[in-house]
Design a protein. Structure first.
Length: 259
């Protein structure tokens, strides 16, 4: 008895029946409300990803693919939507790999323009360029989207890409975080004195890691393979739900004294 009271005094809680801690239900309910309110943030991000960001990127890419070379004597307004070409001279290139990789070509057009073109990787053209080389730039909507020399072409970082799978992966991750926060909050409202295992450590942390791994594990291969973007949430959501169920079952088994 003395030991139990001393432990209760050190933790600030009184032991209940069978040694269970009597946690404040009011505090748990407040935390539940906060979690539910916080779940609205990733829910909104999920909506924006699928309702605005993904359709916008898809339309942007379609317009780029449909763009044709600018006709002779094209007006400035027409040139904004067609593909124009300009000649530039390479001043220098920057190729740095590591935690913060940098791939740049610094170009000049006589004495009137100097600028930096960013790339996602060094090849196939950037690592071949030398100061003084003359290159041809393809311009679309005032951005240099392609740089070429001697029939070797390389897309710049500004070139629209068909990578909607990653848009879907980010949207799915936001949906999973929203569902997790809402569920953990709802459990605290319904069971304020006993909301385990719906706590951050270890279940919440494991769920978040599993969600991130699922989203990027689906999104990146989908980009590389080229499957439609909707396969990411179609396959990823059931995988995430199964992972959540397996983690929950394992924690319950351990709590019950199983292996």
């Amino acid at each position: 008895m003395t030991t139990a009271r001393a432990r209760a005094h050190s933790t600030g809680r009184l032991p209940g029946k069978n040694g269970a801690d009597q946690r404040s239900p009011g505090r748990a309910r407040i935390m539940g409300v906060l979690l539910i309110l916080l779940s609205l943030i990733p829910a909104v991000l999920c909506y924006v990803a699928f309702a605005s960001w993904l359709p916008s990127d898809r339309e942007h890419y379609r317009e780029y693919r449909a763009a044709e070379p600018c006709p002779a004597h094209a007006t400035a307004q027409l040139k904004s939507d067609c593909l124009s070409t300009r000649r530039f001279t390479v001043m220098k290139t920057v190729i740095k790999t590591g935690k913060t990789s940098t791939y740049e070509a610094i170009l000049k057009d006589g004495d009137s323009w100097r600028g930096v073109v960013d790339f996602g990787d060094p090849g196939p053209l950037l690592d071949r360029l030398q100061p003084g080389d003359r290159v041809t730039a393809t311009v679309w909507r005032r951005d240099i989207v392609v740089l070429s020399k001697d029939a070797i072409r390389q897309n710049s970082s500004d070139a629209p890409r068909d990578e909607l799978q990653m848009n879907a992966a980010f949207g799915m991750l936001a949906a999973l975080v929203a569902a997790q926060a809402f569920t953990f909050g709802a459990v605290r409202l319904v069971r304020p004195r006993d909301h385990k295992p719906f706590t951050w450590n270890p279940y919440g942390k494991q769920l978040l890691i599993a969600g991130v791994a699922t989203c990027f594990g689906m999104g990146l291969p989908a980009v590389w393979i080229g499957v439609p973007w909707w396969t990411v949430p179609t396959v990823g959501v059931p995988v995430a739900v199964c992972a959540a169920g397996l983690l929950h079952h394992r924690l319950r088994t351990r709590a019950a004294g199983g292996v």
